[in-house]
Design a protein around this ligand. Structure first.
Ligand code: KG4
Ligand code: ZN
Length: 347
């Protein structure tokens, strides 16, 4: 018998993602993005995103089915992002998923978006080992997860106390007068600058933080330090050396993320690390993580960028893992939860 066909729907932010997974084979991953509609506002407008999801949902589902050459009647289960994310956008995805589950009479699985960012790597690099570490970094999340079972047993070791890594990049981008989202622009400029030009602070790395915040992150102090430094240039009438500021800032973020992640792997005796989320596109992070993982003998798995940004494949992957383990489906009145805790993989 063919393995179950799982349709995954993702709508937590500005991407409408629909994917089909059979077993751990990804058949199709269709995405529609409303980012262009938000760029002029300098941030995601939830109502605009909700409307875009509503308009994109049916065509994106249809495009996924057509591309995979299957019909709705072939679908065995529906997975949908239950949280965390923006309430309006989440609600649109959940409503579509419920309608499909009822109409097709198949089980529905509400799953955790952040854990999906790690789960998608199984589709790319094969089944996970018994235990692994996952670092999920994006505009909305920075979380370090110890994964004993991707569908049932995930422990949050740490997360950001303030800004997410991508968010910090976007805020510093605004400070430097770069277009939104600033992350990729800082990455590019940083490659032309000197990462040792300015010594910016490394948040929560002091000895006193080792007890309570060993694996937590904080980027707001760093952001303020960059702001002060830029102001001091302007006050003195000096031009801001943008590439050096970008490189030194990016180095500080990469240093903290990689040091804490590798320390957590060592502490928990974990030999595999998955990095996911849109910020894993960052070249300073990738380079330093590759070096430090190699030095520590840790296998580093990073999915291609299109599976790191928000997409339906990550949700279908986690749904397929839930189906494989025979987990109880979610109730058809499953609520969305904008701040869904990482202790819950499925609803
Ligand atoms: O996962 P994602 O597409 O959206 C969510 O936040 O869920 O992540 C986008 C974030 C933005 O903050 C963006 O500026 C940042 O990731 N980003 C980058 C790079 N590419 C995307 N930040 C630094 N360097 C990059 N190359
Ligand atoms: Zn995300």
């Amino acid at each position: 018998m063919a393995l179950p066909l799982v349709l995954g729907i993702e709508t937590s932010c500005d991407e409408t993602g629909v994917a089909l997974v059979r077993g751990d084979d990804l058949l199709v991953d269709a995405v529609a993005s409303s980012m262009d509609e938000h760029a002029r506002f300098g941030g995601i407008i939830p109502e605009v995103a909700s409307r875009a999801h509503l308009e994109a949902m049916v065509p994106t589902v249809q495009r996924a089915l057509d591309t995979a050459g299957v019909g709705l009647a072939d679908v065995d289960a529906i997975a949908v992002t239950a949280g965390p994310g923006l309430v309006g956008p989440l609600t649109i995805g959940a409503a579509a998923a419920k309608a499909l589950a009822v109409g097709l009479d198949v089980p529905l699985y509400g799953v955790n978006h952040v854990i999906g960012h790690a789960a998608v790597d199984e589709l790319v690099h094969g089944p996970f080992p018994e235990r692994l570490m996952a670092l999920v970094v994006s505009g909305g999340h920075s979380s370090l997860l110890l994964v004993d079972d991707i569908a049932t047993d995930v422990t949050e070791l740490g997360s950001t106390l303030d800004d997410a890594a991508g968010e910090a990049f976007d805020k510093v981008g605004r400070l430097l007068g770069l277009p939104y989202p600033g992350g990729p622009h800082i990455d590019r400029l940083a490659r032309e600058g000197d990462p040792d030009a300015i010594r910016f602070p490394r948040g929560l790395t002091a000895a006193k933080d080792q007890e309570r915040h060993a694996y937590d992150f904080s980027f707001s102090g760093l952001k303020t330090a960059v702001a002060r430094w830029v102001e001091s240039c302007q006050d003195a009438g000096r031009p801001v050396p943008v590439p050096d500021v970008a490189a030194s800032f990016a180095a500080a973020v990469a240093d903290v993320l990689t040091a804490k992640t590798v320390a957590a792997c060592r502490r928990h005796d974990v030999g595999t690390l998955v990095v996911g989320g849109g910020f894993s596109a960052n070249s300073q992070l990738r380079e330093l993580m590759a070096t430090r993982c190699a030095d520590a003998g840790i296998e580093l798995r990073i999915p291609p960028i299109r599976y790191c940004t928000d997409n339906g494949a990550m949700i279908a992957a986690l749904g397929a893992a839930a189906v494989r383990r025979g987990l109880e489906p979610s109730s058809l009145d499953l609520p969305v939860d904008s701040s869904m805790p990482l202790t819950r993989v499925t609803v």
